[in-house]
Design a protein around this ligand. Structure first.
Ligand code: VAH
Length: 312
């Protein structure tokens, strides 16, 4: 059984807010085999609640999504430390105590201005400048340490900006790339908080979910790393706007960079090198920018979740 931490109603990271992600896990493993756990704060109550869920449901996989994202973490560093670091330690302890297999996502935000940015490889200097990024590097290092010391089956993917219909902005720096689709179909105008030329790695949620499941199912003997970059595309606000205009020619965008999120974005990789994931366990994205834009517009218009695969 798979237990996913993260509460749909709390800003627990883009991913855990995506009902589609829960749907895709249940589609993969069976509804009765996927449980949504509590949003893991650091306090004992949730720890006890989480432990009860694990024991009572014979959980084997713990998928830990609860985290405060980049921009919202900078606005509340103490809470971000509590959730992203102390909460993670609760989860690591529970995984060890109950011999669970543990998946924890990391992010492009785990790199900083001194990292190689174009592309960023799996192994390089990581000195992120957000509490979100620092907590994610800590998670990578702690998980790998417990793997090497105690054999914990810890697996981690560094996600790009994840784009999906039913992931309301979760306080991330890449949130504009979700909002622009809703604005294009409602007001026809998007106010972008990043410069027009800010290039960031992005991924359709279905690719991100499929990568996660394929990685979770990859035989141990194929893994040369415990933490991998995964990539699909990198685009700028102007490029995604141009692609949307192929469907909605009247979309207008004004660029009004906000210093916090522009500074964060400028410290992140421009592109990811995910050659290790492609070699070790066969990672290959299905959605490029054209397929992403088409699926997002169709999904919003029809008020449904994103396709699992691009339309042929
Ligand atoms: C954020 N969407 O912007 C998240 C993500 C790749 C960035 O971790 O903080």
């Amino acid at each position: 059984r798979v237990l996913i931490t993260g509460d749909i109603n709390i800003q627990s990271g883009n991913f855990a807010q995506s009902t589609q992600h829960l749907f895709l896990f249940r589609k993969q493993y069976g509804t009765e085999n996927v449980i949504l756990g509590p949003f893991v704060y650091a306090d004992v109550l949730d720890y006890r609640h989480l432990r009860e869920l694990i024991v009572n449901n014979r959980v084997t996989w713990l998928v830990h999504y609860s985290a405060l994202l980049s921009a919202v973490g900078e606005a509340n560093v103490a809470l971000a430390r509590k959730i992203n670091i102390t909460g993670l330690h609760n989860v690591l302890d529970l995984a060890l105590e109950n011999c669970l297999r543990l998946f924890v996502p990391s992010t492009i935000g785990a790199f900083g201005p001194s990292s190689p940015r174009d592309p960023a490889p799996d192994l390089c200097v990581q000195r992120p400048r957000t509490i979100y990024g620092v907590s994610k590097v800590h998670g990578e290092l702690m998980g790998e340490y417990l793997h090497h010391k105690y054999g914990l089956d810890f697996r981690c993917l560094r996600y790009p900006g994840v784009i999906s219909v039913n992931t309301p902005p979760g306080g991330g720096t890449t949130d504009y790339a979700v909002q622009i689709f809703h604005d294009a179909l409602s007001t026809g105008h998007h106010e972008c908080y990043l410069r027009a030329d800010t290039r960031l790695p992005m991924m359709h949620i279905s690719d991100c979910h499929r990568a996660t499941v394929e990685f979770m199912q990859a035989p141990e003997c194929q893994l040369s790393l415990r933490t991998y970059n995964i990539a699909a595309m990198s685009f700028t606000p102007e490029e995604v706007a141009q692609e949307i205009r192929k469907h909605l020619p009247h979309l207008t965008v004004t660029y009004n960079p906000d210093s916090v999120r522009q500074t964060i974005a400028d410290s992140w990789p421009v592109r990811f090198d995910d050659s290790n994931a492609r070699r070790d366990w066969g990672w290959a994205p299905a959605f490029g920018l054209e397929e992403l834009v088409s699926d997002m517009l169709i999904s919003i218009r029809e008020n449904k979740t994103n396709e699992a695969f691009p339309k042929s």
